[in-house]
Ligand binder design. Sequence first.
Ligand SMILES: Cc1ncc(C[n+]2csc(CCOP(=O)(O)OP(=O)(O)O)c2C)c(N)n1
Length: 274
Amino acid sequence: MAYDEKLIAALKSKAKTLRRDTIEMIKAGGAGWLGGSFSQADIITALMFHHLKHDPGNPKWEERDRLIVSKAHCCETVYAALGEAGYFDKKEYRSYGKFGAVLQAHTERIVPGIEYSGGSLGQGLSFALGEAMAARIGRPTPLYRVFCILGDGECNEGQVWEAVMAAAHYKVDNLVAIIDHNKFQSGSKVEDRINLIPMVEKWQTFGWNAVEIDGHNYTEILTALENADKTPGQPHAIVAHTVKCKGVPAFEHKNLHFCKLTDDMYAEAMAVLG
Ligand SMILES: Cc1ncc(C[n+]2csc(CCOP(=O)(O)OP(=O)(O)O)c2C)c(N)n1
């Protein structure tokens, strides 16, 4: 599908802002989830600033699409998107991770716009499935769509595959799972743990309409999201190939999972994002 160049340029610019604000939060908090926040930044941007139906002035609007970030440790780019969209004042970034602050190091529903309090991996897809099924009760068409971002390492955890089976069985077609396939989890490569690669075939075998894309290419992200809307009768999985730490070349492909930000790293990042 072809998209307006101005739209793509605007989304790229937003993603740069999200990555820059993520760095500012991690600097303020002393440490943070750099790698997985940066790998999902383009997906979050495409959802929040183009695809989702939502209203920052009315975060609890009943008809809003739900964004469930199951890899809830990667909170900084989510906060950055919400702050940028106007859900809360960006000055909250300065207290990120501090005792008593609203913005903590895993997403919590206390924050306007956050749908899911997480931290224990492997549970968000079940939560998302419940939300998606609720949107269908007593209605010919669902009241809203539900998007769930999972980590690839997370797919080793918890209830992920129970939710996958149930969603296919009940043909929950207003549910879209997006797997941030950055090939790393906390301490190692995903393939060196319980290997789920190749990933897309597994979701297909379980009955999902599953595709794989480049998770940093906006044309591919937007096309996959639109195609999900046009394909009824099955839940949808988008396996997004991403790069951990994408956005600052010196960091890319490194497993900066939960890390401190040295002054040198801050300067390196700001030279690209500032
Ligand atoms: C149930 C559970 N087990 C272990 C952890 C510790 N943990 C935090 S992040 C992480 C790795 C997650 O890897 P992935 O889902 O690939 O995330 P990403 O690389 O995108 O940050 C682990 C194991 C956890 N939060 N929850």
